[in-house]
Design a protein around this ligand. Structure first.
Ligand code: GUN
Ligand code: FE
Length: 434
């Protein structure tokens, strides 16, 4: 393991706050130097301001490319990788027709291990260095994912699905077995190297009140755990929750009642929220994952990004593979822009790229560790090509300014634009530089 600092020369882009609140929070260095040592950022500065000692460091030349903090995906299902683009259904039928039959295969540890390796490689190929991940109900699926992520020293957050009703028998646990299996996984993996554990009830309809209570107990009995589930994605889903929990005020109140809101609670979707639910999310410090490719693909609805942010809710971006259709956070932002347009709102490249990096870190309460190039941050970063196709090249050549170049990159870019991905200061994807 190298302790010697290493320098990377190229264009640098990062955010120290939400640029919609403070435009000066976008930091772009056309000719920058990023200095990394022992898996941490030492400095990010203009090349012209490098000291003699910094210029003497071993240096990788990424001039002409753009270095960004690694992308953060705040909602994705690793077992659903192989069923992406499943035809013709909305949420509840899609779960029965495609999702449950696929997730059944992960009872086999060897199968789970092969798929976990593929999944981690696919994240890195897309420049995603941190993700909050659903596994399946099988503990072996979580073991496989954590082992594959740990081999790359990634900061991955994941957990075993809790599901004790309204699902096929071979995909259910019980309140008691789900609690016990989660406890064992937490003891083994939570804070192992960079890994963190998320208590993961699938969504309210597939857990009994007893299981939701057990999930609340798990979430609160160990520090730094996450709570990861789905919320208000689809109108039929919401009606179903109301019929299953008539004693509760609404969908979010089910989770709130069982202690499943708060810092590090992350709810995927949150499309059809009531005013009071938005306030509960904000007041409790919970986060929501905006998953535009999924919301369009399943016909779920249009996420209200700016009202939620204005209410004080932490928002991250999610691909939601396999209901989402791309691992790329650039493609996710492309679709996110269109979701905003359909509501008469905008999504600038600055806001989008903030959301994909520091915004995601804030949603996950990891902003002290991830999300930008401030000194001491963990050295996860991605090296992007401004143009990966003739069309992208033509568009970049005809761009007006930096904002326009970044917008074209956000709209047209995808994994073809990822030249290299670095995790914990080490290159884990891409051709060797120089
Ligand atoms: N709600 C409950 N389970 C799922 C899932 O696997 N995907 C999505 N998109 N929504 C869900
Ligand atoms: Fe999901």
């Amino acid at each position: 393991l190298t302790t010697q600092p290493h320098a990377y020369r190229g264009s640098l882009l990062h955010y120290t706050d939400d640029p919609t609140r403070d435009p000066a929070a976008q930091h772009y260095l056309d000719d920058g130097l990023l200095i990394i040592a022992q898996g941490k950022v030492l400095a990010a500065k203009p090349f012209a301001e490098a000291s003699a000692a910094e210029l003497a460091l071993p240096r990788t030349d990424y001039r002409g490319k753009l270095l960004l903090p690694g992308f953060i995906d705040t909602h994705i299902h690793f077992p659903q990788t192989e069923m992406v683009a499943a035809y013709g259904e909305q949420l509840l039928a899609w779960l029965n027709s495609y999702t449950f039959p696929t997730e059944r295969k992960f009872a086999d540890p060897d199968y789970a291990a092969r798929r976990a390796d593929f999944f981690i490689d696919e994240l890195l190929r897309n420049g995603t260095t941190t993700a909050l991940v659903f596994a399946t109900v099988h503990p072996a699926s979580v073991e496989a994912l954590f082992a594959a992520a740990d081999a790359k020293r990634m900061r991955i957050i994941a957990g075993k699905v809790l599901m004790d009703r309204n699902a096929p028998d071979d995909l259910t646990d019980t309140a008691e077995s789900g609690y016990r299996q989660s406890q064992a996984l937490i003891a083994k993996w939570h804070h192992h190297h960079r890994l963190l554990y998320a208590v993961t009830p699938r969504f309210a309809p597939t857990s009994s009140p007893e299981q939701l209570a057990a999930a609340g107990k798990l979430f609160h009995e160990t520090p730094d755990l996450y709570l990861h589930t789905h919320l208000s994605e689809n109108c039929n889903e919401i009606a179903w929750v109301k019929s299953l929990f008539p004693e509760r005020e609404g969908y979010l109140d089910v989770y709130d009642h069982y202690g499943l809101t708060g810092p590090r609670a992350v709810f995927a979707h949150g499309i059809h929220l009531e005013e009071k639910e938005q306030q509960t999310l904000a007041d409790s410090g919970s986060a929501v994952a905006f998953c535009p490719t999924s919301n369009l693909f399943l016909g779920s609805g249009l996420f209200r990004l700016h009202p939620l942010k204005a209410a004080g809710v932490r928002v991250g971006l999610g691909t939601d593979i396999g209901a989402g259709t791309s691992f790329s956070l650039l493609q996710t932002l492309n679709e996110g822009y269109k979701v905003q347009q359909l509501q008469g709102e905008k999504l600038s490249a600055a806001e989008g790229l903030y959301q994909a990096t520091l915004g995601g870190a804030r949603a996950l309460y990891l902003e002290d560790k991830l999300g930008n190039f401030l000194p001491g941050k963990e050295a996860d970063f991605v090296v992007l090509e401004w143009a990966a196709t003739p069309l992208q090249q033509l568009r970049q050549e005809n761009s007006r300014d930096l904002a326009d170049r970044l917008f074209a990159l956000m709209m047209l870019g995808d994994e073809r634009n990822v030249a290299a991905t670095y995790v914990d200061g080490r290159q884990v994807f891409g051709a060797p530089a120089d």
